[in-house]
Design a protein around this ligand. Structure first.
Ligand code: GLY
Length: 338
């Protein structure tokens, strides 16, 4: 088992347990004072968790369309009807949708209670469950409402990845590809537990310095600005990781048009994405103006114009006031040829 820690300047820590069979560590991680555990999960997940406490399971629906305020409200009402108290514990068991929603509900129910995540997908293990971002979508955009709420522990059982549906695994690879340019390099050469741990370590180092994204944390959104727009434009037919793959290619083309990287670096994006079996072109029929409009609603835009995480000579960094003319040009560069 690999154990990593997120260490925050104020002394808070969040252990992340990574390895085969790690979900069996859950009961030992439930806070002693908790008498009840609310397990938030989805139907048909291939894992049963043992909490060692009085436990009730609360199911949420499958798919981004359930990542909403009304799901959070419904969970909180059910917690209240059961009599969950602030000293009890919420456990989110699932992928990123579950950990985002369970984390949000835990952060607002009784003004905040402990939450532990048992991340069951590659996407959740290397990104969504790590770092304390919670959130839900609005019709206007992804993750537009949420909180920062650190879990007391995150458990990444790599055995659970063996049974992931192919598309779900592929989605995780979109997020994994992002870490290639955040210092991870050739992660596909590593055994799975070390691969997950390498991503968690990169994220832990960034998040522990900038928990509330006042600066550097935004580089974790490499590839995400277009990705979020594509997800909304396609009504979530394109899954998050698939959209991130295209968003990474777009970010490379944009960086190249801005003179930040050369053609070799753009080709490297194409090669890495192809190596992971990820698409790097816009879905057929994508509308530039719709994507531009959706990207204008990105959370980062409000104070600094169009803002992107972009590669440059010193790595990925946050770049403000990006020229919309170049953004449109970069959209053409990732459009499939007719
Ligand atoms: N997924 C980006 C972040 O957690 O900051």
């Amino acid at each position: 088992m690999i154990t990593l820690e997120l260490d925050f300047p104020d002394g808070r820590t969040c252990p992340v347990l990574i390895g085969a069979g790690a979900h069996q560590e859950l009961s030992a991680r439930i806070p002693e004072r908790a008498q009840r555990v609310a397990v938030v999960t989805q139907a048909d997940l291939p894992v049963q968790v043992e909490t060692g406490r009085e436990t009730k399971v609360f199911l949420i629906g499958q798919g981004e369309q359930h990542k909403t305020m009304s799901t959070v409200e419904s969970l909180c009402s059910q917690f209240a009807a059961w009599g969950l108290t602030r000293s009890d514990c919420v456990v989110g068991v699932g992928g990123g949708i579950v950990t985002d929603v369970a984390g949000f509900a835990a952060s607002v129910y009784h003004r905040g209670m402990q939450v532990i995540h048992v991340a069951t997908t590659l996407m959740a293990q290397i990104d969504a469950a790590i770092g304390g971002k919670t959130g839900v979508n609005l019709a206007q955009g992804k993750n537009l409402v949420g909180t920062y709420w650190q879990p007391s522990a995150v458990i990444c059982d790599t055995d659970l990845l063996l049974t992931l549906p192919k598309r779900e695994w592929q989605c995780g690879l979109g997020e994994l590809a992002k870490y290639h340019w955040l210092g991870g390099g050739n992660l596909d050469a590593l055994p799975i537990d070390e691969r997950v741990a390498a991503c968690v370590q990169i994220k832990a180092d960034i998040v522990s310095q900038d928990e509330r994204e006042s600066g550097r944390r935004a580089i974790l959104n490499y590839g995400h600005t277009l990705a979020h727009a594509l997800e909304i434009a396609g009504d979530h037919q394109l899954r998050h990781g698939e959209a991130v793959g295209i968003g990474l290619m777009y970010a490379a083309e944009l960086a190249s048009l801005m003179g930040r990287i050369d053609g070799d670096a753009v080709q490297e994006h194409r090669r890495v994405l192809a190596g992971y079996g990820l698409a790097s072109e816009l879905p057929a029929g994508s509308d530039n103006e719709e994507l531009m409009h959706l990207m204008s609603r990105d959370k980062k835009v409000l104070d600094a114009g169009y803002t992107f995480a972009l590669l440059g000579s010193t790595g990925v960094e946050v770049v403000k006031n990006v020229d919309p003319v170049l953004m449109r040009e970069a959209l053409e560069a990732v459009r499939p040829s007719a």
